[in-house]
Design a protein around this ligand. Structure first.
Ligand SMILES: *[C@@H]1O[C@H](CO)[C@@H](O)[C@H](O)[C@H]1NC(C)=O
Ligand SMILES: *[C@@H]1O[C@H](CO)[C@@H](O)[C@H](O)[C@H]1NC(C)=O
Ligand SMILES: *[C@@H]1O[C@H](CO)[C@@H](O)[C@H](O)[C@H]1NC(C)=O
Ligand SMILES: *[C@@H]1O[C@H](CO)[C@@H](O)[C@H](O)[C@H]1NC(C)=O
Ligand SMILES: *[C@@H]1O[C@H](CO)[C@@H](O)[C@H](O)[C@H]1NC(C)=O
Ligand SMILES: *[C@@H]1O[C@H](CO)[C@@H](O)[C@H](O)[C@H]1NC(C)=O
Ligand SMILES: *[C@@H]1O[C@H](CO)[C@@H](O)[C@H](O)[C@H]1NC(C)=O
Ligand SMILES: *[C@@H]1O[C@H](CO)[C@@H](O)[C@H](O)[C@H]1NC(C)=O
Ligand SMILES: *[C@@H]1O[C@H](CO)[C@@H](O)[C@H](O)[C@H]1NC(C)=O
Ligand SMILES: *[C@@H]1O[C@H](CO)[C@@H](O)[C@H](O)[C@H]1NC(C)=O
Length: 453
C-alpha cells in the first residue's frame, strides 16, 4: 500500500554528503538494558517495569477523557520482557478513535513505542488493543497523551493522522524529551552518516557559527538521485525547517541525502529530523452518533456493559462483542446480541438505534413492560425476548409488524395470544369472588329447580 511520507529537518552535522537510509523499521526502539539508575521521566524506562495484559475479548480499550481539543500526541509503549516465561513476544494491533494505528511488534529484550499525532474534534480519545492471533495476548506498558499547539504540523490536512516513523536529534548522545522538548516528544540519538557532532546550547535548533564573507553553505535534499528541494542556505541565528510533503513514496532502499551545491564552500548540516507516515485513509468520524447514543443508554442502565469502550464498530471487524455493524464508512449497529448477559431491570430507551435488524436479549432477567419502540424499528427482522421477566402485554406495534420473527416464550408474566392474561392481583381477586358468587347462585338455582321437581 502506498503511503505518503514527508520529513522535516534541519540543523547540524558536518560532513560532505550525509545519507539517511530509510530502513523498514516501523517502530522506534530503545535498548532495554538493565538500569543502573532509575531516572523517572527522563527516558521512560520506568514505564517498562509493569504491564497490563488482556486475555479476553477481541478488543480492549482505554478511554481518555478531558483531553484538550486540537492536536495531540499519543504514545503507547510496550516492553514484553518475557513476563510470561514463554519467550513468545506477541503481535497484535493498536487502534485509536476507531482508526487502525499499527501492528505492534514486541520482543524479549527491546522496548518499543509508537506515536501518533492527530487533531481531536472532541475532548476525549480512545486507544484500543486488538488481539489478532490466537493465544497471543495484547499487553501495554504505558500510554501517554500530550497536547500540542494547534499550529504544530499544521501543514498537514487535519483529516489525516501523522504516524511517527522516526524522530532523530543528530549529535545527541542520549534520547531526550521533556524538558528539552516542551511537548515531550521523544528524540532519538541520530546515528546516521558520519561527522555528527554535538553543539553547545540547549534548544533543538541551535546557533551555528557565523559564516565568513567568503564562505557559502548551500545544499539540496535529494531522494535517491533526484533533487527534492531548492538550495537550502542556513543562516546564522536562524532556524530553517524544511518540509518534504506531497506523496513521497519510499521503500526500504530509499535514501535521502544532503548534497552540497556547486557553489557551497561548506558541508551541509542537519540538527534534527522527523519522518511521518500518513495513511491512505482519513480519520474516521466513528460509528453513527444515534447508535453511540443508544449504546450509551444501555451502558448507563446495565453497568455490566460499561467495560466496553472505544468506538463500538470501528475499525472493522473489531466491534464490541455484543453488537454487529454495517460496513458503511459511518457504520450503523445492525445487531444487538445480549443473550445470557445476566441483565436485570427494564430496558432503557435506545430507540435512536433505528438501523437494528436483530435484537436478541433472551436469557436475562429483564423485567417490566416490553417497550413500544422495539416495534418501530423499520428494519427489525428478529426480536428475541425469551426467558426474561417481561410482563404486561406485547405491544401492538410488534404483533402487527410484517416479517418480524418475535419470540416471547419463557416470560411468565406476559400476556400473549396463547397465554391468557394474568389480570393484576387486586382486580383478579375481586373478579374471582364475583365469579364464585355467580357459580354459587347458579348452583343454588339448579338445586332449587331440583327441589321444585
Ligand atoms: C483534507 O482532506 C479531506 C479528505 O480527503 C478533504 O475532503 C479536504 O478537502 C482536505 N482539506 C484540505 C484543506 O485540503
Ligand atoms: C565519512 O566521511 C568520509 C570522509 O569525510 C567519507 O569518505 C565517507 O564516505 C563517509 N562515510 C559515510 C558513511 O558517509
Ligand atoms: C556565495 O553565494 C552567493 C550567492 O549564491 C554568490 O554570489 C557568492 O559569489 C558565493 N561566494 C562564494 C565564495 O562562492
Ligand atoms: C539515478 O540516475 C540514473 C541515471 O541518471 C538512473 O539510471 C538510476 O535509475 C537512478 N537511480 C535511482 C535510484 O533513481
Ligand atoms: C532493494 O534493493 C534490492 C537490491 O538492489 C532489491 O532486491 C529489493 O527488491 C529492493 N527493495 C525494494 C523494496 O525496492
Ligand atoms: C552549478 O550548477 C548549475 C546548475 O545547478 C550550473 O548551471 C552551473 O554552471 C554550475 N556551476 C559550476 C561552477 O559548476
Ligand atoms: C441461557 O443461559 C445459560 C447460562 O447463562 C446457558 O447455559 C444457556 O445455554 C442459555 N440458553 C440459550 C438458549 O442461549
Ligand atoms: C410488571 O413487573 C413490575 C416489576 O418488575 C411491576 O412493578 C409491575 O406492576 C408489573 N406490571 C404488570 C402489568 O404486571
Ligand atoms: C403460540 O402457540 C403456538 C403453538 O403452540 C406456537 O407455535 C407459537 O410460537 C406461540 N406463540 C407465542 C407468541 O408464544
Ligand atoms: C382494577 O380495575 C379497575 C377498573 O376495573 C381499575 O380502575 C384499576 O386501576 C384496576 N387496578 C389495578 C391495580 O390494576
Amino acid at each position: 500500500m502506498a503511503s505518503r511520507w514527508f520529513i522535516i529537518s534541519l540543523v547540524l552535522s558536518l560532513c560532505t554528503s550525509l545519507s539517511i537510509s530509510a530502513d523498514v523499521l516501523s517502530a522506534l526502539t530503545v535498548d532495554h538494558r538493565p538500569r543502573t539508575e532509575t531516572k523517572v521521566g527522563s527516558l521512560g524506562y520506568r514505564v517498562a517495569d509493569t504491564l497490563r495484559v488482556f486475555t479476553t475479548r477481541n478488543k480492549n480499550c482505554y478511554h481518555i477523557d478531558s483531553v484538550k481539543k486540537g492536536r495531540v500526541l499519543v504514545r503507547a509503549s510496550f516492553y514484553y520482557g518475557n513476563y510470561d516465561g514463554k519467550s513468545l513476544p506477541p503481535k497484535f494491533d493498536l487502534h485509536f478513535d476507531g482508526n487502525f494505528w499499527t501492528t505492534v511488534q514486541t520482543s524479549n529484550t527491546e522496548f518499543y513505542y509508537y506515536e501518533v499525532t492527530c487533531v481531536l474534534k472532541k475532548e476525549s480519545i480512545s486507544v484500543c488493543l486488538a488481539q489478532t492471533e490466537p493465544s497471543q495476548f495484547p499487553f501495554i506498558s504505558a500510554l501517554e497523551v500530550r497536547s500540542l499547539e494547534s499550529s504544530m504540523y499544521d501543514y498537514v490536512n487535519d483529516s489525516y493522522p501523522l504516524l511517527v516513523w522516526k524522530r532523530v536529534a543528530f549529535g545527541s548522545k542520549t534520547v531526550f524529551r521533556y524538558q528539552d522538548d516542551p511537548y515531550d516528544r521523544l528524540w532519538n540519538v541520530g546515528g546516521y552518516g558520519n561527522g555528527s557532532i554535538p553543539v553547545s546550547g540547549d534548544a533543538i535548533f541551535t546557533k551555528r557559527p557565523q559564516l565568513g564573507p567568503s564562505q557559502n553553505r548551500s545544499f539540496r535534499i535529494f531522494k535517491d538521485n533526484e533533487s527534492y528541494s531548492e538550495p537550502i542556505r542556513p543562516l546564522y541565528g536562524n532556524c530553517v525547517e524544511m518540509i518534504l510533503d506531497s506523496a513521497i513514496a519510499v521503500s526500504s532502499n530509499t535514501t535521502f541525502s544532503l548534497v552540497p551545491t556547486n557553489v557551497s564552500t561548506l558541508p551541509p548540516l542537519i540538527n534534527a529530523l522527523e519522518i511521518f507516515r500518513i495513511p491512505d485513509d482519513k480519520l474516521t468520524d466513528g460509528t453513527n452518533k444515534k447508535d453511540v447514543e443508544g449504546l450509551a443508554a444501555l451502558q448507563e442502565r446495565f453497568s455490566l456493559l460499561q467495560s466496553w469502550a472505544g468506538d463500538p464498530c470501528l475499525p472493522a471487524p473489531y466491534t464490541w462483542d455484543w453488537i454487529k455493524c454495517s460496513l458503511a464508512p459511518i457504520p450503523r449497529v445492525t445487531e444487538l446480541l445480549l443473550n445470557g448477559f445476566g441483565l436485570s431491570g427494564s430496558l432503557p430507551d435506545f430507540s435512536s438505534m433505528d438501523a437494528l435488524q436483530t435484537i436478541d436479549v433472551q436469557n436475562n432477567s429483564l423485567g417490566g413492560p416490553i417497550p413500544d419502540f422495539l416495534g418501530t424499528f423499520p428494519n427489525l427482522k428478529i426480536l428475541n425476548l425469551a426467558n426474561n421477566q417481561f410482563n404486561g402485554s406485547v405491544p401492538a406495534s410488534m404483533t402487527a409488524k410484517k416479517g418480524l420473527v418475535l419470540t416471547v416464550s419463557g416470560n411468565p408474566g406476559l400476556c400473549t395470544s396463547n397465554v391468557t392474561c394474568h389480570i393484576p392481583q387486586a382486580n383478579s381477586s375481586t373478579n374471582n369472588n364475583k365469579m364464585k358468587n355467580i357459580l354459587e347462585l347458579l348452583f343454588a338455582a339448579v338445586i332449587a329447580s331440583i327441589v321444585i321437581l
